[in-house]
Design a protein around this ligand. Sequence first.
Ligand SMILES: Cc1cc2nc3c(=O)[nH]c(=O)nc-3n(C[C@H](O)[C@H](O)[C@H](O)COP(=O)(O)OP(=O)(O)OC[C@H]3O[C@@H](n4cnc5c(N)ncnc54)[C@H](O)[C@@H]3O)c2cc1C
Ligand code: FES
Length: 331
Amino acid sequence: MEKQLVTIYFDGSPLSCDPSKSILDNLLDNNVKATFSCKKGTCLTCVLRTSHDVPKKSQDALKPALIEQGYFLSCQTMPIEGMEILPSEQNDLFIKTTVKEIKQLSGHVAQIFLTPSENFNYRPGQFLNIKNPDGEVRSYSIASTKVQANDTLEIHVKKHQFGKVSNWLGDEVKINDEVEISGPNGDCFYINDQPEQPLLLIGTGTGLAPLLGIMRQALSQNHTGDIKLYHGAVEDDGLYLTDELKKLSDKYSNVEIHLGTLKQSDNKDIVCGSINDIALANHAELKGWKIYLCGDPQMVQTTKQKAFLSGANLADIFSDPFEMKTPVTLD
Ligand SMILES: Cc1cc2nc3c(=O)[nH]c(=O)nc-3n(C[C@H](O)[C@H](O)[C@H](O)COP(=O)(O)OP(=O)(O)OC[C@H]3O[C@@H](n4cnc5c(N)ncnc54)[C@H](O)[C@@H]3O)c2cc1C
Ligand code: FES
């Protein structure tokens, strides 16, 4: 049987759409150049505008000011007959920043400091979206706090082979260059409601960035409960800023740092194994803990389930799966 199509209007032009696919996928099928990355409702790079009603999940993660202007996630919304859609407005979303400093860390990670041209009111651990000169947009988590870094934003970027934005940031961007950002986004940040509550922070790779932001913020707000940070990588060089982490654990008696790698390390301070398993083995009972999980999406998903089964309240588990764009063609 032939599929029933619906017609939507994108920037005034009619497009035939498959109603069983998202608006984003329909735009791509119709060769419309649309910005996107994860297609899972996480990165918020696929926003468009409409005056039509959209499902709650299409706007849940957006800021009220954007919802008011009709913004919605095109990867989470199905087309409806007659729906009129407009592209996003650059000025609604992006502001300019200037690159202040770049440090190359181990494991192909660059630590980049950006100074925004206007007030950027973020909470450490949230993420911002960065646009490269080709219009590709990707998400990077914020490691700085306003207290520790003044108004400068610190991000950690791992270069990926063929990666469009990470390699641009890692190799091409120079000090004093202009970089456009939008956000801040996400709810993975420290909440100062119970300063005595123990915190368990587990991250892989640059999943350390939001965890560092959360830990720095908790310490600046005199968190008294234990803070156990577990950072994992495939091998030694994927662990970075280890000196800074050590300094924090030396300075604060409630901070404990654990490092783990999948490949056996010569360093006796690095445990062999997957970091989430190491953390969960050390903390079999998680009732009353606040838990933050960042980095590899598979690790985040399985650890969330296990933490819940170990007694953690779902409302106390915050996560940022670093979902990546799946390449359309592997050329
Ligand atoms: C909420 C959130 C927070 C994040 N925070 C961070 C962070 O703090 N730090 C960080 O480094 N990352 C973070 N990420 C991931 C980041 O957004 C990007 O996905 C990552 O930097 C890769 O982007 P890219 O443009 O370089 O790669 P893309 O161009 O998007 O490529 C995606 C993947 O496909 C592979 N690929 C692309 N083209 C080809 C090809 N032709 N052949 C074979 N393989 C190919 C690349 O190697 C890469 O692994 C976060 C993601 C999310 C959703
Ligand atoms: S939220 Fe739609 S592409 Fe990521």
